[in-house]
Structures are given as C-alpha cells and as structure tokens.
Design a protein around this ligand. Structure first.
Ligand code: NAP
Length: 438
C-alpha cells in the first residue's frame, strides 16, 4: 500500500461537488483500501469563496481554478462546474499539466468529447465521465467495458428525470402539461428555467454520448434529432391508454438494419405498458440496451441529485486513481467504426396520428388514399363522431380519426401528414406521435 496520497482537485462545490467532498472525507479509509493509496483533497475551486461549506477546510477553497489545475502536483481533477467554459479550458489545462480528469459534464462531453479524449490520449491520462449520463446509473462503463465484446444495436432511454416526472404525473393523475410542470417545479424537480429539460436539450446531449459509445463512432450533439415534450396533451395520454401504451420522452440510438449507419433522436413517444421502460415512475431514469449476444438489458436508478451523482463520480475517481498507481490508462474514445449519422427522415418506426375530420361519407377512403400514395401502410383506424362537433363550412360535423401505421420512414410520414393537411375534409392534425418499444 502506498502511503503518499494521490492529490485531487475539485472544481465546483455545488450539489454534486459538495457530496463528492463529503464522501471523500467520510469514506476515506474505504477509498484508500480500494485504491491502494490515500486520496487527499488538495484544493476546491468555487465562484463564491465566502460561502460556508460544511466539512471543507476553508484553506482549500480558491477562486483561481486555473492556478489549481496548473499546480503540477495534482493527480486527478474532478470537474463538477458544468457548462462549456471555463470547464473546457480547465479540463484541457489539467490534462496538459499531467492530471487525469473525472467530469459530470454532459453538455461539454457531447460537444467536445472528441477533442478532450484526444488531449487525454496525447498526455497518457484518463478522461472519465460516468456521471454525465443518467447520474448514478452505471452505463458508460458497462457499455464501454462489460459489453466491449458484444454488438449493441439499440439504446432506448429515459435519461431526464424532470420530464419523466411530468409525463408520469400526466399519466397517473390525468393532469395537463402545465399543471404537472408546476408540481415538478414546486417539488424541486424542475428548474426555474426548465427549457433544457422540457425541450429535450439535456436528453439530446446524453443521447449523443450514448450513441458514440454504443456504436464506436462519433455522434455530436448537432447530429441528434430533438423534439421537446411541451405539446403532449392529456388527450394524447387518453389515446395512448386506448392502445395499451403510455408516453415517455425517449432518447433513442439505433444502428441501421444494414449496420452501415446510425441514428440518434430525442422525442416523446408512445410505448406499450408491457415494456420495462413504461414502469419507470417519477424522476427515475432507465436505459434499455439491445445487443446481439446479451439480448436485452435494463439499467435503472436515480438520474440526478447530489449524492447519486457523486456515487458515479467517486466510482470514476477510484478507477482513475487505480490506473495512476498502475501507470496505466483506462479505455479512451473508441470511434473506429466511423459510421455516418443518418437524418431523421431515414428513421423507420410506427406512428399514431389523430385527425379532426368532417363526419361524412368518403372521408376515410380519401385519408387512406393519401397514406397509400406515400407508401405508409395503415395498421388500424378508428373513427369516432363527436357529439359536440361543430359543423364545418361544408355543413358536416366533426369526427376524430385515429390512424396507427405499420413501420414507415419518418420522411414518408412527414409527407403523408403534409398531404393530409391539404385535404378539405381534414380540419386539423391533432397530434402525431411515434410508437416505440414494440
Ligand atoms: P451547481 O450546484 O450549480 O454547482 C456548480 C459549482 O461550480 C458551484 O460550486 C460553483 O461555485 C462552481 N462554479 C461555477 N462557476 C465556476 C467558476 N467559473 N470557477 C470555479 N467554480 C465555479 O451544479 P451541480 O448541480 O453540482 O452540477 C455540476 C455538474 O454535474 C454539471 O456538469 C451537471 O450537469 C452535472 N450533473 C449534475 C447532476 C445533479 O443532479 N445536480 C446530475 C448529473 C450531472 P459556487 O458554489 O461558489 O457558486
């Protein structure tokens, strides 16, 4: 056992950083035994130095994060500041000055992962970021290491707790979107500005990271198709229920059937209630992985929160410290397969479309013709007159027509919906939702 401690610089001491520091202190003996050397907190960079930080020696606090990472005696830098800058410059400087890096920063890794991995490789150091995707849930290491001998074809995940909380409330209580968002905000699940969550930006960053690792290729944030969940209504949940489905905001990464390309997307989707992801309640996260040899795997747990996220950060800390002691590095970026990322139009899936139509003879045939003209095959159709339907200009009262398709390309479906809108008898497309996980 080495007695000289490994020195750790902590950048950021907020929700996650304060828990990392607390666990490093309270579990110091166990960490020492597991690593094979003591780990010492050598400095903590923050923005507001005057803030009282329980359990942290005030002498360790600094506002000069750059000087801390450039000290030269730091073995590991933990970056839990978040955002692109100064995190990117600090991580780059840390690697250049000989430190390995652990980060929880999904936005930065999704945007600049390739360059940061290259910097780590050049310096012979590690860059680990288990906490960047789905908080406490071990996902990066299982995909990168445990499944390194398998071929992953699909990753389907609930990777944002805020949106899952909102959709779960809408499903279980019949609440509308705004009411469910208000409850999420009151309970602290949604931030004052929830845009990153509800518009799918947070999930898209995670999808980019997952797709890159799962398929051994580079997938950037810009490659990920993204739709938020603000348009999901109580009526959509009623339709989903009739189909034996619920609605989740999903991050979906797929290898094409011919294996020659990949897609990554984030959008709300109906999934059957029998699918394991349908049972993921409240703010929990889960990721469902389909691979050739292992078959189906599901990873489930807390996707956020200071302590759960710190668990993933500390797991990485132990791993990179062990590597330092063994004068080795763990697996770096694996992007050898260089697969192109196909556009959303190439994605093939099923669709649930709800139309407001005139309630008169021939409408169904007209609508079916439009689907056929676009090569989209219909699985089921349900037409229902609305007792309260107002008469349109043609004197016919409104009905609703719900069409569920067989598998078709997104491009074909988009063309179908555009043509349906042009029909005189179609008064509106009330909703269009993809059906996944069947
Ligand atoms: P947070 O509570 O806002 O903490 C950020 C910390 O960074 C604060 O201590 C802040 O200092 C410090 N900081 C900000 N700008 C700085 C600068 N220029 N120089 C030095 N320190 C600076 O954030 P968090 O929730 O802990 O999240 C940290 C990271 O973990 C993010 O990348 C986030 O995406 C990721 N993450 C968080 C969760 C979660 O549940 N919170 C889950 C998964 C991943 P002050 O304390 O002085 O303000």
């Amino acid at each position: 056992m080495r007695t000289r401690p490994l020195k750790v610089a902590l950048l950021g001491c907020g929700n996650v950083g304060s828990e990392v520091a607390r666990i490093m202190t309270t579990q110091a003996d166990d960490l020492t035994a597991r690593i094979g050397a003591p780990v010492e907190l050598a400095g903590v960079a923050v923005r507001r130095p005057a803030l009282v930080r329980e359990g942290i020696d005030p002498a360790l606090i600094t506002t000069d994060a750059t000087a801390l990472v450039k000290r030269g005696d730091i073995d590991v830098v933990i970056e839990v500041i978040g955002g692109i800058e100064p995190a990117r410059s600090l991580i780059t400087a840390a690697l250049e000055h000989g430190a390995s890096v652990v980060s929880a920063n999904k936005a930065l890794i999704a945007q600049d992962g390739a360059a940061l991995h290259a910097a780590a490789e050049q310096q012979g150091r590690d860059l680990y970021y288990e906490a960047a995707v789905a908080g406490a849930i071990p996902l990066i290491r299982p995909l990168r290491e445990s499944m390194a001998g398998d071929v992953v074809n699909r990753v389907l995940g609930i990777v944002n707790g805020t949106t899952n909380f909102i959709l779960d409330k809408m499903d279980t209580t019949g609440a509308g979107y705004q009411e469910a968002l208000d409850e999420a905000t009151a309970l602290g699940y949604a931030e004052a500005d929830p845009t990153a969550d509800i518009e799918g930006f947070d999930a898209a960053a995670k999808a980019a990271i997952l797709a890159g690792i799962a398929f051994h290729t580079r997938v950037r944030l810009d490659d990920v198709y993204r739709e938020g969940m603000t348009e999901v209504t109580a009526a959509d949940f009623a339709s989903a229920r009739e189909m034996g489905c619920t609605i989740k905001l999903l991050a979906i990464c797929e290898r094409a059937a011919d294996g020659e390309s990949v897609t990554a997307r984030v959008h709300p989707a109906m999934i059957p209630r029998s699918h394991p992801l349908a049972s993921v309640r409240e703010a929990y996260n889960a990721v469902f992985v389909e691979s050739e040899a292992a078959g189906q795997l599901m990873f489930y747990g807390r996707g956020a929160g200071g302590s759960p996220t710190a668990s993933a950060v500390l797991g990485d800390l132990v791993a990179v410290c062990r590597n330092r002691l063994g004068e080795a590095t763990g697996p770096g970026e694996s992007a050898y397969s260089r697969l192109p990322v196909s556009p959303m139009g190439d994605v093939v899936t099923r669709y649930h479309i709800s139309l407001d139509v005139a309630d008169k003879p021939g409408v169904l045939a007209q609508v079916a013709t439009v689907f056929a003209e676009h090569d989209v095959s219909i699985d089921t159709v349900r037409q229902q007159s609305r007792p309260d339907g107002a008469a349109g200009a043609d004197g016919a009262s409104d009905a609703s027509l719900v069409v569920v398709t067989h598998r078709a390309s997104d491009a074909a479906l988009t063309g179908t919906v555009a043509a349906l809108r042009d029909l005189d008898t179609v008064r509106g497309v009330a909703s269009m939702m993809r059906v996944e996980g069947e």
